[in-house]
Write a protein that binds this ligand. Structure first.
Ligand SMILES: NC(=O)c1ccc[n+]([C@@H]2O[C@H](COP(=O)([O-])OP(=O)(O)OC[C@H]3O[C@@H](n4cnc5c(N)ncnc54)[C@H](OP(=O)(O)O)[C@@H]3O)[C@@H](O)[C@H]2O)c1
Length: 322
């Protein structure tokens, strides 16, 4: 029997490369294409690719991703590129007969200021955070696209397109660019540079009091494969046709101050930390309710300090200025 052919869209990214690490020793054929071989913004190229490659499963981990600054600065690119990549892949996958697809969303799909663990059913109950609204709207459209294709073609064509919503991710292959980075790579970069430049002090924006949740990317890769491979009956018992996405969090959150303390220790920076209270804090808390995936049998395995040590090793190897 021929091996299943799995397309990982976005294989050079942080999530895509974690998926490759996790899947590579299994009995699958993994198909990847660099951006210069297949531009996912081009419908013709994507259609051609699916027509020729006979793909069985798709992990949709290609996206335009960035922190607050990038989202604020380039809102048109965030909404256009994310919608287009999703439309192209989901529709062409469907047309070419792909039955199984996993769409990677993000916890920013949920309304702002929900100061309790956020459940899947909180989607669309309120206003989104303004800074990344275009990105979030694209991600919500991705979930709804999977659901709509399942509802219209699930029975007739046997398709089963699923979605997961990860919390903030970190790990090897993260983006350390100062304008585009998320909180963990941003802090690692700043502390490392402060250490090598022998700076006596680092200033962090805000009070340090907001609480955030972080998940090591290899745990997310395991969760992705877990959800993709859940048998349909079990999956269907835990979702509904118009609320089918599943949260993936670590189940633990901590204050930015606590996070800063751990990163300072992991990087080995000896200076002092100041908090600039004149700068905005953002949401006081953002924490996913991950009971659904936990009840289905998935648990994370990498704790934050262990994950940060591995991330810093990767940073020093590939990204650090020395
Ligand atoms: N990072 C997080 O904290 C986080 C949290 C929750 C959810 N997620 C979700 O997880 C998914 C992956 O995120 P990530 O952090 O792995 O992002 P990433 O590191 O920026 O990777 C994104 C990948 O998409 C590829 N890509 C983008 N546009 C493309 C195009 N037009 N044609 C071909 N390839 C294209 C990029 O290719 P190049 O390498 O050529 O640029 C890159 O490999 C996204 O859907 C994101 O929303 C991420």
């Amino acid at each position: 029997m021929s091996k299943s052919r799995i397309f990982i869209a976005g294989h050079n990214g942080m999530v895509g490369s974690a998926l490759i690490r996790f899947l590579k020793n299994n009995d699958f054929e993994i198909i990847t294409k660099d951006r210069n071989q297949l531009d996912l913004l081009k419908q013709d190229e994507v259609n051609n690719f699916f027509n020729h490659e006979k793909i069985d499963q798709v992990y949709l981990a290609a996206a335009k991703v960035g922190g607050i600054f990038a989202n604020n600065q380039y809102p048109a690119e965030f909404i256009y590129e994310n919608l287009t990549i999703q439309l192209n892949i989901i529709h062409s996958a469907f047309l070419s007969g792909v039955k199984k697809l996993l769409f990677l969303g993000s916890s920013c799909i949920y309304p702002k200021n929900i100061n309790r663990p956020i459940k899947e059913d909180d989607l669309l109950i309120g206003k989104l955070e303004e800074t990344n609204e275009p990105y979030a709207i694209a991600k919500i459209a991705g979930i709804k696209m999977c659901e709509s294709y399942n509802r219209q073609y699930g029975k007739s064509h046997g398709i089963d397109f699923r979605s997961i919503m990860p919390t903030n991710l970190y790990g090897p292959g993260d983006n350390y660019h100062s304008e585009n980075s998320h909180v963990i790579p941003g802090l690692i970069n700043r502390f490392h540079n402060a250490k090598i430049n022998k700076l006596t002090n680092v200033t962090i924006w805000g009070t340090g009091n907001p609480k955030r949740e972080f998940l090591y990317v290899d745990d997310l890769a395991r969760a992705s494969v877990f959800v993709m491979n859940l048998d349909k009956k079990t999956y269907d018992q835990h979702i509904s046709p118009m609320s089918s996405h599943i949260n993936v969090g670590s189940g633990k959150d901590l204050t930015i101050k606590e996070l800063v303390k751990i990163i300072k220790k992991v990087v080995g920076y000896k200076g002092t930390i100041n908090y600039d209270h004149t700068k905005p804090d953002g949401n006081p808390r953002k924490f996913l309710d991950s009971n659904k995936i936990n009840n289905l049998g998935f648990n994370t395995s990498v704790n934050l300090e262990e994950g940060l040590i591995k991330t810093y090793q990767d940073y020093k190897k590939f990204h650090a200025k020395t």
